[in-house]
Ligand binder design. Structure first.
Ligand code: ADE
Ligand code: ZN
Length: 324
């Protein structure tokens, strides 16, 4: 099975590029930018990755990205991820980035997006892995800042396929961003939002995503299983769910693989993804392997999970068909 999983052409749809920043690259970028890090070594840094819920993870995640300053830094970050992805036989990825996590500390939007874009072009030419960018708004900032970021992105519209919503969900429901997402849709962006696992109002947040925002996809969305009406609505609209098992194991008490089993049985378009692999210690291949082991998935089921992912990509129909 290990070889079968390694050889399977894979698709990754839930991956925060800032969450791929490995300690080794953090040290390299800190040196390049003349910054001191509060850790002696890579091992020290890894040992400090001590989180057990979403907020405790997010504080380490935001602190870590402080070393990203220049266009080449963003280029190197994305190239490092895409090289790993290519080595795991990932053929296509949709990559989240968090512009406000950079503009809020003085790094221009243009620097972020140009560095990432250049890496995507080089990776396609040099590594044969294709990718597109999804811009996420930070939900714990005000909606006005998200709207300003959306407007700032418009000159780069052709480089960004869609918008998402991430960061701390507590007290920050999808409805807070209804006007931002309505405008994003008008501008031609596709829409997704995080509905993280086991949040205070998980099912209500998923309902808002589906019924009020009209998303094209849901990130995580595991708690939809608690409400049969939600499951029906998700099926009826053909919405994909980007589930991240190893990440779930860090921010909750379990990888939620039973939920993946149920989603498969219900015919939902469930997919397996890595989220923040530098922090959750597993890229897409390790995530697929963990689910296979937990559920004793067959080869057909492993293929189904990858087909689900390719089917729900935000690629033009003809390009998508070539993967299927
Ligand atoms: N930003 C990066 N990773 C995230 C996650 N797992 N949930 C919410 N926001 C995030
Ligand atoms: Zn995520």
């Amino acid at each position: 099975m290990k070889d079968f999983i390694a050889g399977l052409p894979k698709c990754e749809l839930h991956l925060h590029i800032e969450g791929t920043l490995e300690p080794e690259l953090k040290f390299e970028l800190a040196k390049r930018n003349g910054l001191a890090l509060p850790y002696e070594s890579v091992e020290d840094m890894r040992a400090a990755y001590d989180f057990d819920d979403l907020p405790s993870f997010l504080s380490v995640y935001y602190e870590g990205m402080n070393v990203l300053r220049t266009e080449p830094d963003f280029y190197d970050l994305a190239m490092a991820y895409l090289s790993r992805a290519a080595a795991q036989n990932v053929r296509y990825a949709e990559i989240f980035f968090d512009p406000q996590a950079h503009t809020s500390r003085g790094v221009p939007f243009d620097v972020v997006v140009r560095g990432l874009r250049r890496a995507l072009i080089d990776a396609e030419n040099q590594l044969g892995v294709r990718a597109q960018l999804i811009m996420c708004f930070l939900r714990d900032f005000q909606a006005e800042y998200a709207m300003a970021t959306l407007l700032e992105s418009l000159p780069y519209r052709e480089w960004i396929v869609g918008v998402g919503l991430d960061s701390d969900e507590k007290g920050n429901p999808p409805a807070k961003f209804a006007a931002v997402f309505a405008r994003a849709r008008q501008e031609g962006y596709l829409l997704t939002m995080h509905c993280d696992v086991d949040q205070e109002n998980s099912t209500e947040h998923i309902r808002q995503c589906v019924e009020e925002i009209g998303v094209n996809r849901i990130d995580h969305g595991v708690n939809s299983l608690e409400d049969p009406k939600l499951v029906e609505a998700i099926k009826e609209r053909g919405l994909g769910l980007t589930v991240c098992p190893i990440s779930n194991g860090y921010v909750t008490d379990s990888m939620k693989t039973d939920a993946i089993r149920r989603m498969l049985d219900l015919g939902l378009r469930v997919t397996i993804n890595s989220d923040d692999p530098a922090y959750f210690t597993g890229y897409v291949q390790e995530n697929v392997a963990a689910v296979q082991e937990a559920l004793d998935l067959s080869r057909e089921e492993l293929v189904r999970l990858q087909r689900n992912a390719f089917e729900i990509t935000w690629l033009p129909r003809q390009v998508k068909d070539a993967y299927l």
